[in-house]
Each structure stands twice: as C-alpha cells, then as structure tokens.
Design a protein around this ligand. Sequence first.
Ligand code: NAG
Ligand code: NAG
Ligand code: NAG
Ligand code: NAG
Ligand code: NAG
Ligand code: NAG
Length: 372
Amino acid sequence: MRLSFLSLLSSALATSAVSLTSLPITFSDISGTLVNGPSTAQLTAQTWGLDGPKVANLNSTSFDWWYYDVVSSALDYSLVLVFWHAAPSGLWANVAGGAQPPTTVWSSLVVTLPDGSTVQSGTVAEELIVLATENGSSGTLSGTGWSWASLPDMSLYEIVIDAPDVGVQGTITLQSTSPAHYPCALASAAKPGDSIAFGEFFGWANAVPDANAVVDLTINGTKVAFSGSGYHDKNWAPVPTQDAIKAWYWGHGRLGRLNVVWFDVVLNDGTEQSSNYVVQDGKVLAASCSGASVRPTVSNATFPPLHGGAPPGGFAINMTVPGGHTLQIDVAHTTVIAGEEGTFYRWIGELSGGYVGGAKWNGTALYEQFAF
Ligand SMILES: *[C@@H]1O[C@H](CO)[C@@H](O)[C@H](O)[C@H]1NC(C)=O
Ligand SMILES: *[C@@H]1O[C@H](CO)[C@@H](O)[C@H](O)[C@H]1NC(C)=O
Ligand SMILES: *[C@@H]1O[C@H](CO)[C@@H](O)[C@H](O)[C@H]1NC(C)=O
Ligand SMILES: *[C@@H]1O[C@H](CO)[C@@H](O)[C@H](O)[C@H]1NC(C)=O
Ligand SMILES: *[C@@H]1O[C@H](CO)[C@@H](O)[C@H](O)[C@H]1NC(C)=O
Ligand SMILES: *[C@@H]1O[C@H](CO)[C@@H](O)[C@H](O)[C@H]1NC(C)=O
C-alpha cells in the first residue's frame, strides 16, 4: 500500500466511525523557538491524544519526541527516525553529534546497511504541525518534506520523506500488530488521570509496540528497501533527561509466537521501575509495570549502568505473565547501530528463549541502554 500524507488523512476522516464534527482533533502549530519560563507537560492519560504533543511552551529544559524504528527480519538493516521537539539542553550532551540545531523542531535519521555502513540524515524546520486525531497523530516539519501520518486508531502509520535537498526520498510504513500501551496499562484500559510516566516526570506512550514494517527509500540514488519489525513510541518530560531519569534499558522484539517490549528504568533515587508488555498470537498477555526485569550479561555487566561505562556484552530479560509463567530471554548483539560514547548504545540483535520449562524460540530485536 502506498499512501500520501493527504490521502491517509482523508481516508482517516472518511473511515472514522464518528462524524467529522465530533471527531476529536487537536491541531498544534509548534514553533521552533524556545519559551522563557515554565512549560506544561501532560503526565496523565486523557480520553484521547495518546500520540499527540505532550509538552506545551517548550523551554530549554523540557523535551518531547516521536520515535520510529525498523529492524529487518534478516537482522541486516536497521532504521531509526526521530522527530524532535527539544533543544539539546533538554536532552543530553552531543545528542545531535554536538551540533546545535537552530530550532527546536528537527528530525534525525540513521540507517544501517548490510555492508556495515551507516547513512545519516535529517532536517531542521521553523515549525512542526501536528494533527492529533483520536489517539493517533500526523505531523509535518513545514517546508522540509519530512512528515508522518497515522490512522486515528493507530493501526497504520506512514512516514513520507521527500527531501531531494539532502538526498532522501521514500516511505516507511508500519502496519501495527499489537495494541498501544502506557508504562503500566493498555491504552484501552487507562483512565483519564492515570499516570503515564516513569517516576514523576518521564512520560511514555507506545502507540505501536510491534508492526509489519516496509522501508522503501532512495538515498542519493541508491535503493534502500527492506521489511521487518517496526515500532513507534514517544517520550517527553518537563525536565532534562538526566533529571527525569538515571538510566534505562529499553527494547522491542519478536520471539517465536511473541512480541515483547521491555523498558526497565532506574530513577535518580535508585528506584527501579519496569514496563512488561507481552503479546502472544495477537493476544495481550501482559501490559503492566510489574514482572519484568532486564540485566546486563556476558561482559561489562554493571547494574545499574554508569555514565561513561563500557557497553555490556548482552542482556537477560525475565517477563512474568499472569498464571505464574515466566519468560526468560537472552539478547545477543548483532550490530551496534548507534551510540554516544558514555551515554547510550543502541543495537540490533537476536532474541532466544521462551517460557521456563517450555518451547524455545528466537527472533529479532532492536534495543538500547542509556545512562546519564
Ligand atoms: C521549564 O519548565 C519546567 C516545568 O514548568 C520548569 O520546572 C523549568 O524550571 C523550566 N525551565 C526553565 C529554564 O525555565
Ligand atoms: C547525499 O549526497 C550529498 C552530496 O554529496 C550529501 O551532502 C548528503 O549528505 C548525502 N545524503 C545522505 C543521506 O547521505
Ligand atoms: C485512546 O486512549 C485513551 C487513553 O489515553 C483510552 O481511554 C481510549 O480507549 C483510547 N481509544 C482508542 C480508540 O484506542
Ligand atoms: C566491554 O568493554 C570493553 C572496554 O570498553 C570493550 O572493549 C568491549 O568491547 C566491551 N564488551 C562488549 C562485549 O561490548
Ligand atoms: C530471572 O529469574 C531467575 C530465576 O528467578 C533469576 O535467577 C535471574 O537472575 C532473573 N534474571 C533477571 C534478568 O531478572
Ligand atoms: C533462529 O535460529 C535459527 C536456527 O538456529 C536460525 O537459522 C535463524 O537465523 C535464527 N533467527 C534469527 C532471527 O536469528
């Protein structure tokens, strides 16, 4: 399926079960300039707007981002694309390779290829326009050719990049396989007012925990096309990353009949909080913030991870599902796909494991470690 931003949007409106007048839509014209003063972050669930903007009046110490990735089924390609609403001072040192984007709305794209090479691109804009329709969102970095669009129920996302100025054109399509969730509950089970943050400040909404993804890009005349497991979420906070959180292990993967997402977070006071999300054969077995634990293994296996520390050689994950069954999963690196010496490492790799005493499976994953 090939859809443009506008055709997706009009099909979204046409197929919506509710009439146009009652369709919950919020339109945000986000300027790329900082506000001097307090920003406002939404850290509790609302009836709608899961994937909409979460920080208003962005200042130099707050952030909001939309994150997308795809790992190929053969573990030979990866893609990570982020639409940022943040200044580097709200994120971490060297976030943009040390560059200071001249505005707070920008994108960054990193693609890794089978020959081991990496392609990087991105853009800056004067404004980011976001239309949040029901729980989905569509956004465009005005005048740049970088945009995303979704259906209101988040079942389909399409990113369209039409940026011949930087040599990148094409689409990334995510057909969701697994329902959206927050740190502690499915979106469909969250009640307005429920916390959607780790600790006090670190917001997380996972619109697409797993997707059948198709990447179809042309980068400076070279076709980059692959398919695999896709993912989309967003994070935000009214304070800089290192004030919101001390460290985290996050990742998503496929393992036999399962799709899993883990997010094991260490807060600044040393408290650990983790999100446990397991879907088996399309049925949600766990969507909670209990029963998941991630630990580094093999080498450099320091817990909690330290800023400046060496990357661990692998990870071990336990995820408990109701009924007392525990999944034990090993994560083995295939390729380091990004990193910022001392702060973060991101990999693609192989999952293996299964239920204790049960069948064993394997599959692909894309995952990271952050330590501030
Ligand atoms: C940004 O907003 C947050 C939340 O209101 C506030 O705590 C922080 O002090 C503000 N930062 C600046 C630099 O004004
Ligand atoms: C495409 O080529 C141009 C000119 O050499 C270069 O500036 C740009 O970075 C390239 N784009 C990518 C995505 O590598
Ligand atoms: C949208 O998300 C809210 C929670 O933020 C949830 O209550 C509602 O059921 C969701 N609606 C749909 C259609 O997923
Ligand atoms: C462990 O840390 C050392 C020192 O930084 C590094 O050379 C090595 O590659 C790390 N081990 C793994 C498996 O990444
Ligand atoms: C998983 O559970 C086993 C058995 O209780 C325990 O030995 C192991 O340390 C746990 N691993 C993690 C990553 O929590
Ligand atoms: C899973 O294991 C099989 C058999 O060892 C192997 O052929 C396959 O490549 C593995 N899959 C992944 C995603 O690593």
